[in-house]
Design a protein around this ligand. Sequence first.
Ligand SMILES: [Zn+2]
Ligand SMILES: [Zn+2]
Length: 553
Amino acid sequence: MEPLRPVISLVPLGGLGEIGRNLMAIECGEDIVVVDCGLMFPEQEMLGIDLVIPDVTWLMERVQRVRGIVLTHAHEDHIGALPYVLPRLPVPVYGTSLTLGFLRNKLKEHKLLDSTDLHTVRAGDTVQLGAIAVEWIHITHSVPDACSLALHTPEGVIIHTGDFKIDQTPVQGAPPDLARLARLGDDGVLLLLSDSTNAEHDGTTPSERRVGEGLAPLFAAAPGRILMATFASNISRLQQAIDAAVDCGRKCFIVGRSMLNNVRVGQELGFLRTPDIFVSPKQHASVPDDELAVLCTGAQGEPMSALSRIAAGEHPMVQLHEGDTVIISANPIPGNEEAVHRTINNLYRRGARVFNSSKHHVHASGHASREELKLMLTLTRPKYFVPVHGEYRHLAIHADIAASVGIARDHILPVDNGTVIDIDADGIHRRGQRVPAGYVYVDGLSIDEAGDVVLRDRRLLAQDGVVIVALTVERSTGAVIAGPDLISRGFIEDSATDNLFDEARAHTLSLVDKLNPDAEWSVWQAAIHEGLSRFLYSRTRRRPMILPVVTEV
Ligand SMILES: [Zn+2]
Ligand SMILES: [Zn+2]
């Protein structure tokens, strides 16, 4: 018997079995629509790697059938890979105004703005992409202007929730358009793809507004300066910090290019109400401590971020004062706990008072908890259900939640990246053959280096080789006791490296000279990685993968 022709195929290339780099391709007949195209920050052990993005080989092989990339919201794990993917997959991109506002900043840095076909949509709009009509539906999340999507296909309606929580009192914009989701449910939904990030959390996720209630008393009572760290994209959180600052008469100083850019976009597009309270880097030093709030990135303990540099006493503009109040307004993403704790330890060492989400109401998740996930399922009443956005246990637990509200077990299919799902007249199935969905690494100069960003996949990495730089440092003084020794594999001819490596050793020593012995090792490693990478590129036009190994005694 001939197998049935699939009517809908799902090709998950990121975000299933992991947190981050979300990308779901949906194929219906001759048409392919891509939902989101995000990045993932590398795990600590991926030394020398800046970013991880999805493998889009499968899409590149079918580029003439890809009708567009449709975006749910403005977070990095949904839009961050576009500057690297669009040159290989030049297709139109659709998103709401804030989402495209953030994206434009990135494309500008990569000199891709002019060559990209961007289309702004609003919640309620529908765009016809081949035989698929994509409808944007207003939803709430930790960034404004977020949407769920309804893909109206000839075979039925597919709802992709994007990231969401059901926030009835959002800081910006309207509550979620549950009425529209319910109407789609009444008319019949073939398939629901829903956010699983918080499937382990009982009950419902607190409203974003609760955070403002937690921040206000901290801002009002702080004896010195306030430093608040959060995600650069979290416009709602920044709004609440700005409101709290206004209420107690503090000026705001924003540290970090990404946050500054996002605030500017938020202001321009009307997503941020900002009275005239911002001060420039020059002005901020003259503002009395109890009249200043500093907003910065680094809530995840990222080694080169503003907060961890401030905590290490390494920041060029902001030094902590005894009695300053530091608010970390985020939960550590799994895997980042150690880095966050290191940062908090350093903050306490410098005499700061630290408030973080584990003890104080200074953070609310942007993702739906179990009761909200159930509500999404019962409103839309899909025939089939595929959990998305989460590690495999989140997907499996979300599958159980779906079964608990009455979806038939054989209509629920949790899968990992690269496993193709077919829906045909006979049901929902895993296709035996997988598609490539591994990590693609972005390395080279830091992403902050506008205009000189290099995409490196594993193939290129192999071509340019690896350089290991090993040195032993006395912890108390920062003096180099042994090394640096350079070892290379597959970089350039051994005979050609002698002089080059002598210079590279001297260059490494000069880099180390400039480092503060108190700084964290991760700062040392990052500085050596970046400095040596630049040096070798300037001499060889190659970008080997650089692995700094710093041993302390
Ligand atoms: Zn998100
Ligand atoms: Zn996300």
